[in-house]
Design a protein around this ligand. Sequence first.
Ligand SMILES: [Zn+2]
Length: 293
Amino acid sequence: MLYSGYTMMHEHVRIDLSGVKNDPDCRLDCQKETIEEFKALKALGVGNILEVTNIGMGRDVEYIRTVAEESGINILCSTGFYKEPFLPDFVYTSSVEALSDLMVGEIEEGIENTGIKASVIGEVGTSRNEMTAMEEKCFKACSLAAKRTGKVITTHTTLGTLGLEQADYLIAEGLDPEKIIIGHMDLSNSVKVILSVLSRGVNIGFDTIGKLNYAPDSFRVDALKEIFSRGYSSQVVLSMDITRKSHLKVNGGLGYSYLFTSFVPSLRENGFSEGDIRKLLIDNPVRILGGTL
Ligand SMILES: [Zn+2]
């Protein structure tokens, strides 16, 4: 179930990609500081966070449960596999069916004997301009698990590439476009690419808000204007995708609250109504996740 309030649709509470990336900053494990940030989010009206860290990304659902309990925010956990080179070794030797069984188990029985069940499948990803054979295997297994459970599938595109291919793949596998979220489309830096993905009927994530080194927020605002004018406003969700220690406020980063204290005000300044903002942060998440939790 969802709490009332805003929902951030693509976040990480704890994540560890530091081994592969060889950068200790990529181990986000600052529980106390995260709880403080989440209390601030709660005060800003956030009710829910979709936590998309999965198997092989340093997922720790007990850690997440503590953050949820201490902050009062409802945090939904995920199952699934990310992308190369972050896939666990057993993905290379397991069958599609076995990988799907594992995910269905985490959804129906719980994750690692914690009793905490996965609410969504994601973030399942592709490399830059390429879906490798192993990534395709994961997409196939995730599609199968989504079909078996009716859960939403949420993806990672690398710098917004292959969004259209991901959407077409999942739709061809028989998934309902309304239960698909193609992630990081704001990093594509192309309104044309974004509109082509939306034309397939899937949802997209403008979920790297504040990652200004990849795309300025002015691009995100202008692209949202175009999306609204084309009638696709029901298909977009928002988030920050905080993944590093240095993204936290205490370490000099923007912090999770930036979405509400900076980006939403800039939407207002650019003519978006309260109803538009409500749509992006409340109505769309409720409709997409509704009936699947
Ligand atoms: Zn991602």
